[in-house]
Design a protein around this ligand. Structure first.
Ligand code: 8YV
Length: 323
């Protein structure tokens, strides 16, 4: 019997055709909503899932008796109950590596855009307010030579730091569970306890995954420790930050600005004050969103699900113990 795949992510024709050669594919690319009856009916039949941006709950798994593999088109896997999947013998795969550089580009875009007030000043030109040569009211802050504090120093964190250290002569500090001697050597990075990093950094950039331990890792206490000139960047997950405390810190001038690609709730509620603040650059979670990288991520997920459903080892399993 051919195994069945429920595809609810963006796969191109070539990728869908490749899956269809080996499997029966139910393509719900336009219906990534787990409460939709079509999704639930397809889930009940599926041996494999491929997609992203849908929270897979234990309740959904109860309705997926044949499920063997989930190939997420994402590196982050906070949308999945990993222990529960392992307990049920369901393999979860993700897409590390292929998105590292693109996501780091997004991080550095936010560093530059906030420091040099790119969005705010582009809007100033667009409004026709540029009627005389600019002065201190439009000046920004330097990026080169400043101190970049990385919270999380995995693949993406290291790639942001590499841009800062090698491209902008920045001093890199990092806070993470264990020191990384190779990156210290390569980038001159120095390990710090979180509170020391917050106090020392001109730019604080968060790249940790969202877990029980990192939920609201940065809140009022942490913002109070930052310099009033500090710029806060989040390209990780919105819930790593207490968003109310971030808004308060920006309003009180406890920190200078923020560059945000991720939010506690996505899409961001348009009534949130964040995108309306001049000193905030808010993006719609574009971290990995380039044509090239999204194609590569989808391809990795196709390779993972194909290998796994054929009983082989996938390229990037999250819970290899599931088998
Ligand atoms: C995307 C991401 O938002 O990979 C991740 O973990 O956050 C982003 O690349 C996600 O893949 C949704 O498609």
């Amino acid at each position: 019997m051919r195994k069945r795949i429920l595809a609810y992510g963006r796969l191109n024709t070539h990728q869908l055709d490749a899956l269809k050669r080996d499997f029966d594919v139910i393509d719900l690319a336009r219906c990534a909503d787990s409460s939709d009856p079509t999704f639930r009916a397809a889930l009940a039949q599926a041996h494999g899932l491929i997609g992203s941006s849908v929270a897979i709950t234990p309740e959904l798994l109860d309705n997926a008796p044949h499920l063997e593999v989930i190939a997420s088109i994402s590196v982050g896997y906070d949308n999945y109950p990993v222990e529960e999947l392992t307990r049920r013998g369901i393999l979860l795969c993700n897409t590390p590596d292929v998105l590292t550089e693109t996501t780091a580009d997004t991080g550095f875009t936010l560093i530059m855009a906030t420091a040099r007030r790119v969005v705010e000043l582009a809007n100033y030109v667009k409004r026709g307010d540029w009627d005389t040569s600019i002065g201190p009211a439009q000046f920004g802050s330097d990026v080169h030579g400043k101190t970049l504090g990385m919270i999380g120093f995995g693949r993406i964190g290291a790639a942001v730091a590499r841009r800062g250290a090698l491209g902008f002569d920045m001093n890199v500090r990092y806070a993470c569970a264990s020191p990384k001697p190779a990156l210290e050597k390569e980038l001159g990075a120095e390990h710090r306890q979180l509170d020391d990093l917050l106090a020392e950094s001109d730019f604080v950039c968060v790249t940790v995954p969202l877990t029980k331990e990192t939920h609201h890792l940065i809140g009022g206490r942490e913002f109070a420790k930052m310099k009033s000139s500090a710029i806060f960047i989040n390209i990780a997950r919105g819930k790593v930050v207490d968003e109310g405390a971030l808004i308060a810190a920006l309003e009180k001038g406890e920190i200078h600005a923020a560059g945000l690609d991720v939010f506690a709730q996505e899409p961001l509620d348009p009534t949130s004050p964040l995108p309306h603040m001049d000193n905030v650059v808010a993006l719609p979670h574009i971290g990995s969103a380039t044509h090239e990288t999204r194609t590569a991520m989808a391809q990795r997920a196709v390779d993972n699900i194909t290998l796994a459903l054929k009983g082989k080892s996938p390229i990037s399993p999250v819970n290899p113990d599931a088998r």
